[in-house]
Write a new protein. Structure first.
Length: 593
């Protein structure tokens, strides 16, 4: 605690939750040693790792400021609100100031706050003020939980103080979420370092299996980078009805997943990919990060064109790590990779939004999807994963599997991650080229900044592989996605330049009949299976409560599924490349159960 003595001013937070069912955290900020005539307080508008301005200040209520911390002798201080997240306080020469407020917490995600009768969860950015110019000030946080509730956080405990924790600065505080309540806890060591799973909620999770597989993931990622960059690590997991998500932190991660999603193999594999993804962020994002994110601006968007690498490359590895860890085999890995390629190749927006723009515009697009999003944008997670795949394959072909994208990550770790210096897009390209051994300017112009189709077959061919699609088995193309809602067939998506769009259908329309017969989502699919390309079909629907009739001409089928398959008669070199890439022969891969 010696660091606190380096500052004349000391402050601490107290977080109480006396009536959890009201969803209100009661927060008190105590400041000692203040020497200025005014005190500025600002509330973050976003949290690192989730690139959307969320306006956390909208949940603040009952804000007040008093002198000292004794209710019997304190008196109010005048304060005013200067902006949505900015309060100014006249201190009147008072050195000891107490700020109290409540925060409404009833949104259970990995990036927000949630408080109910069983637990309290919060992220620092969504609960705490910062004082401009004092972001490096150490901060203590004392938790006052209901009886029998336990506290879990990656912050170190303060010796001699009950339920009190210490953050070395505001970034550290924001990067250390709290889980407080009735939860399960499992401790385990990996590579001599303590780790903890804290799980809130009920489900069919099998703890012994989870711990064993987590250990494999940790060891595999540690081997890639040459060790673990922390003294202890905390996994926080919330089990809900149908949740999915994660948020990375320097010494912990927050996860949310379906409570019944651990028995079926594909669901459990998806969960482990989520674990692998957030854990990989220990290196990529939390330490290896774009220059624009080297120092966080908590009040505004932090723009970077490099989220394709920070998130997309991490997505590439979240499929690969469980395979390397021996959790699933090569057939499962390539099946999962095929599913990702399918998602990419069935998103029309890949021909509208460049990948670098997708990264830059994350703040206004990715986290705010609408009915046209699939037509107008592409996820930097998804296309970034695809770009990383092509680069990895290109590097492997060039160097006979003696080099790979792993070498890129290791160099970035040494040059930027360990010293925690942000990289520029140009520096990232330089490192990639140093490993690849060739100029990537044209590659990036086409596929990162441009809209050219990604040449999967060209890069897979070196490994004796190609893409196969189900286009021949698909129904004639209409361009509608319909879902049944309370007995009504509602149009959810209309693809750009499709027959359905040209006929005037729109998302939100209610589909009533096709060819004069009542229809629903399932009936529409059945009808199309028996139709022919070029057929004219009358569709009846409600558009803004007006009954409409449109004649639609069905188009050529579009593939809905792509699968990585072996080429016919691959060469000896292709056999060797495949073996060197995935560690099994082409024949073994095809024969795996």
């Amino acid at each position: 605690m010696g660091q606190l003595q380096e500052f004349k001013t000391q402050w601490s937070y107290r977080v109480a939750m006396p009536e959890p069912m009201r969803h209100l955290f009661e927060v008190t900020l105590s400041i000692i040693g203040w020497q200025r005539s005014q005190l500025e307080l600002k509330f973050p508008v976003w949290t690192p790792g989730s690139y959307l301005v969320r306006e956390y200040a909208r949940h603040i209520q009952d804000f007040q400021v008093l002198t000292g911390n004794d209710p019997l002798t304190s008196h109010p201080l005048k304060s005013r609100k200067l902006a949505k997240n900015h309060w100014q306080i006249d201190t009147n020469g008072q050195a000891q100031i107490t700020v109290s407020y409540r925060v409404y917490a009833n949104e259970l995600t990995v990036r927000t706050n949630h408080l109910d009768r069983t637990h309290g969860y919060f992220n620092g950015a969504a609960l705490f003020f910062f004082i401009p110019g004092y972001e490096q000030q150490p901060i203590e946080v004392t938790i006052i939980p209901p009886q029998d509730w336990q506290v879990a956080t990656a912050l170190p405990a303060v010796d001699g103080k009950v339920q009190t924790y210490w953050a070395q600065n505001f970034d550290h505080l924001v990067d250390s979420p709290f889980e407080i309540g009735l939860h399960s806890r499992w401790e385990f060591d990996v590579l001599g370092i303590p780790h903890t799973w804290v799980v809130w909620g009920k489900g069919n999770l099998e703890p012994d299996r989870l711990l064993a597989d987590t250990q494999k993931i940790i060891e595999t990622e540690a081997a890639l980078f040459g060790g673990l960059p922390y003294d202890r690590y905390l996994f926080l997991l919330h089990l809900t009805h149908n949740g999915f998500g994660g948020l990375e932190h320097r010494e912990s991660c927050s996860l949310i997943y379906s409570r019944d999603g651990f028995r079926k193999p594909e669901q459990y594999e998806r969960f482990l990919q989520l674990v692998a993804h957030e854990f990989f962020h220990l290196w990529n994002v939390k330490r290896i990060r774009p220059k624009a994110l080297e120092t966080f601006d908590y009040e505004a968007e932090n723009y970077t064109p490099s989220l394709w690498f920070s998130e997309g490359t991490t997505s590439f590895y979240d499929l690969l790590i469980p395979f390397r860890a021996g959790i699933y085999h090569a057939k499962t890995y390539l099946r999962n990779l095929s599913q990702e390629i399918t998602r990419y190749l069935t998103t029309p927006g890949r021909f509208v939004q460049p990948l670098s723009e997708s990264s830059f515009d994350a703040w206004i697009k990715l986290y705010r999807p609408d009915a046209n999003s699939a037509n107008s944008q592409i996820s930097y997670y998804l296309k970034g994963e695809m770009l990383t795949l092509l680069l990895d394959l290109a590097i492997r072909i060039k160097h006979g599997n003696q080099k790979s994208y792993d070498d890129v990550m290791r160099i970035l770790w040494q040059q930027f991650g360990k010293p925690e210096v942000g990289f520029t897009p140009e520096e990232l390209q330089t490192v990639l080229e140093s490993v690849a051994g060739f100029d990537l300017s044209d590659f990036f112009a086409r596929y990162l900044d441009g809209l050219e189709a990604l040449p999967f077959d060209e890069y897979l061919a070196g490994f004796g592989l190609q893409l196969s699609s189900n286009q021949a088995e698909c129904s004639p193309f209409l361009g509608l996605r319909v879902a049944n809602e309370q007995g009504r067939a509602i149009v959810k998506f209309v693809e750009m330049d499709s027959p359905a769009q040209e006929a005037g259908l729109d998302a939100g329309d209610e589909l009533v009949a096709i060819a004069g017969l009542r229809t629903g989502a399932e009936h529409l699919n059945d009808y199309l299976k028996n139709a022919q390309v070029g057929d004219f079909v009358e569709i009846t629907y409600f558009h803004q409560d007006e009954l409409c009739h449109s004649l639609v001409r069905l188009a050529e089928p579009r593939a809905t599924q792509y699968t990585i398959v072996a080429m016919e008669n691959p060469s000896e070199r292709q056999h060797q490349n495949f073996q060197g890439w995935l560690g099994v022969s082409l024949e073994e891969w095809q024969g795996l159960a």
